[in-house]
Design a protein around this ligand. Structure first.
Ligand code: GLN
Length: 477
C-alpha cells in the first residue's frame, strides 16, 4: 500500500497536494517494519496519513502555507500527530492549504494553488477544478490515493467543503473533542481538527484514535463530560434504524444549483422509503450566520496572527532591528498573502473601540442564536447546557439534519480569478452554522441519480453525537 501511495504522489505531483513529502525511503522502511511486526496489532499500522500543514510535525516543516512560516519547523509533534504515530500510522507528508486556513478553494497558498480534476486518470486533458478549501491538499491527496487518509482543520467548513468537491468523506467532530495542541490557530473558538477519508468507516477508525482528552489543550472537553456523552449515545444507539431526519428549510436558498436541489429531494425520498422519517425544520438565524462568521473568524485571526512579527517565529525581513516598528511591518507586509492581510484588517477593525459594539458584539449574539436554533431542533439536549431547563429531551426533535454541503459543484480554477472575496465566502453558507455551534458534521459523497456525478451531502448532529453522525454517514454512502 505504501508503494502505491508513493507512486501516486509522483503521478499526481502537478495537483500540488503536498507542500512537503516525507522521505520516501523512511516511509518504505516504516511500512516494511509494520508488515513484519506481528506482535503489535496497532489499529493504524502502516497506514499513510497526510497532515495538513498547519498541524505541527517535528520531522517536516510546518508552514501553514504562509511565506511568514516558510522556514519554520516545529520542535514537537502536535498531540494528534503523536497519537497517530503511536497508533502505527506513517506521516505521508504535509498537505497544501489556504494560508492559515483562510479560504475556500486552496488557492491562497504561498506554495501555489491546489488543483483537482474529476477524471483523475486523464487530468491533463481536462479543465482543472477547485479542490475546495482550506484543506484542499488533504482532500486531493486522499481522493487520488496519495495517502490512505488525511487530517485537516475545519474552522468554517474547511474539511467538509474540500471533501464535497473531491468526492470523499470529510468529518468535523464536535468542538473540543480532538486536541488542538500543536495546531496553528486561525480562530481558536472555531478551529477543529477533522478527518478526510475515502469512506466513513475509515474516518471513524481515525476519529476513535484522536478523540481523546488532552491536558495540554485548555479547550479539550473534560473527561467527565465525555463520559456523560458516551452514556447517552449507548442508551440511544438504536436510533439509526428509524431516523428522524430534519431538513432545514432555510438551506433551500436561491443560489442552490438546481441539480443539487433535485438530488437532495431524491435522497430524502429514498430515505423515507427505507423507513426513516423526514421533518422540515426551521433554523431562522441561518441567514445571519455567514455574516457573523466572517466577523468572528477574522477578529480572532487578527489577534492570533499578531505573534508573527519576525522576532519570535518564522521569516524576518532584512534590514536593521529597531524600536520604530519598521521591522514588524516589513516582515508582515512581505510574509503574509493578500487574503490574510484582508482578514487581519477586517478583524482589527471590528475589534476597534468605535466598531466593536456594531460588529463583534452583534456577531457573538448571532452565534448564540444559531446555537439556540440547533438546540431547539434536536431531540437530544445539548450536554454542555445540562443545567438549563430547556434541556429536556424533546420528543418532537430530530436526530440529525441533512443538507447539501455546498450550494454549487466545484468551480473551475480559472473562473476563480474574477471571483470577489465575497463570492468565495458564499461557499461556506451551509458549513458555517455547525461551526458556530461547535456541532459534529460530516460531508458524504452521494450518487443519487446514475447520470449525475456524486455530490457532498452534510449530516449535522447535536453536540457530542459524533458517533450517530458517522453511523448515518455509513448508512448513506
Ligand atoms: N472558508 C472559510 C474561511 O475562509 C473556512 C475556512 C476554514 O474552515 N478553515 O474562513
Amino acid at each position: 500500500a505504501a508503494e502505491s501511495c508513493i507512486s501516486k504522489q509522483r503521478s499526481y505531483k502537478a495537483l500540488n497536494a503536498f507542500i512537503n513529502l516525507s522521505d520516501k525511503h523512511a516511509v518504505l522502511r516504516q511500512a516494511e517494519h509494520a508488515d513484519t511486526d506481528t506482535i503489535a496489532a496497532r489499529p493504524l499500522h502502516g497506514r499513510l496519513i497526510g497532515i495538513k500543514d498547519n498541524i505541527c510535525t517535528s520531522d517536516l516543516p510546518t508552514t501553514s502555507a504562509s511565506g511568514i512560516l516558510k522556514n519554520f519547523t516545529s520542535p514537537y509533534d502536535a498531540t494528534v500527530v503523536k497519537i497517530l504515530r503511536h497508533a502505527g500510522a506513517i506521516v505521508a507528508g504535509k498537505t497544501n492549504m489556504d494560508e492559515f486556513g483562510m479560504g475556500s478553494h486552496s488557492v491562497h497558498s504561498y506554495f501555489g494553488p491546489v488543483a483537482f480534476a474529476r477524471d483523475q486518470k486523464n487530468e491533463a486533458s481536462q479543465e482543472q477544478l477547485s479542490a475546495g478549501g482550506s484543506s484542499g491538499g488533504s482532500a486531493v491527496a486522499v481522493a487520488t490515493g496519495q495517502c490512505w487518509a488525511a487530517l485537516g482543520t475545519d474552522t468554517g467548513g474547511s474539511v467538509r467543503l474540500p471533501a464535497a468537491y473531491t468526492g470523499i468523506v470529510g468529518f468535523k467532530p464536535s468542538y473540543g473533542l480532538v486536541s488542538r495542541w500543536g495546531v496553528i490557530a486561525y480562530a481558536n473558538s472555531l478551529d477543529t481538527v477533522g478527518v478526510l477519508a475515502q469512506d466513513a468507516t475509515i474516518a471513524q477508525e481515525i476519529f476513535d484514535e484522536i478523540n481523546e482528552y488532552d491536558d495540554k489543550d485548555p479547550t479539550s472537553l473534560p473527561k467527565s463530560t465525555r463520559a456523560r456523552i458516551s452514556e447517552t449515545s449507548v442508551q440511544r444507539s438504536d436510533r439509526v434504524s428509524a431516523l428522524r431526519i430534519g431538513v432545514p428549510l432555510e438551506y433551500n436558498i436561491h443560489e442552490l444549483q438546481p441539480d443539487i436541489r433535485r438530488a437532495w429531494s431524491h435522497l430524502l425520498r429514498r430515505l423515507r422509503e427505507n423507513g426513516h422519517s423526514i421533518q422540515p425544520v426551521s433554523l431562522p438565524t441561518t441567514k445571519q450566520a455567514l455574516s457573523a462568521y466572517y466577523v468572528l473568524a477574522p477578529a480572532e485571526a487578527s489577534s492570533n496572527l499578531a505573534k508573527y512579527d519576525g522576532v519570535r517565529y518564522g521569516s524576518r525581513a532584512s534590514g536593521p532591528d529597531g524600536a520604530d516598528g519598521v521591522l514588524f511591518s516589513k516582515t508582515r507586509g512581505e510574509g503574509f498573502g493578500d487574503e490574510v492581510k484582508r482578514r487581519i484588517l477586517l478583524g482589527a477593525y471590528t475589534l476597534s473601540a468605535g466598531a466593536i459594539d456594531n460588529y463583534f458584539i452583534q456577531a457573538q449574539k448571532v452565534r448564540r442564536l444559531v446555537q439556540e436554533d440547533f438546540d431547539r431542533t434536536f431531540s437530544l439536549p445539548n450536554p454542555l447546557k445540562e443545567n438549563e431547563v430547556s434541556s429536556q429531551c424533546q420528543n418532537s426533535g430530530v436526530d440529525v439534519l441533512l443538507s447539501p454541503s455546498a450550494p454549487t459543484r466545484p468551480p473551475l480554477l480559472k473562473s476563480l480569478e474574477d471571483q470577489s472575496p465575497l463570492d468565495a465566502y458564499m461557499n461556506d453558507v451551509f458549513t458555517v452554522p455547525a461551526s458556530l455551534a461547535g456541532l459534529p458534521a460530516v460531508s458524504v459523497p452521494i450518487k443519487v441519480v446514475d447520470h449525475i456525478a456524486p455530490f457532498g451531502f452534510q449530516i449535522i448532529g447535536q453536540y457530542g453525537d459524533d458517533s450517530l453522525v458517522l453511523q448515518v454517514a455509513q448508512l448513506l454512502e
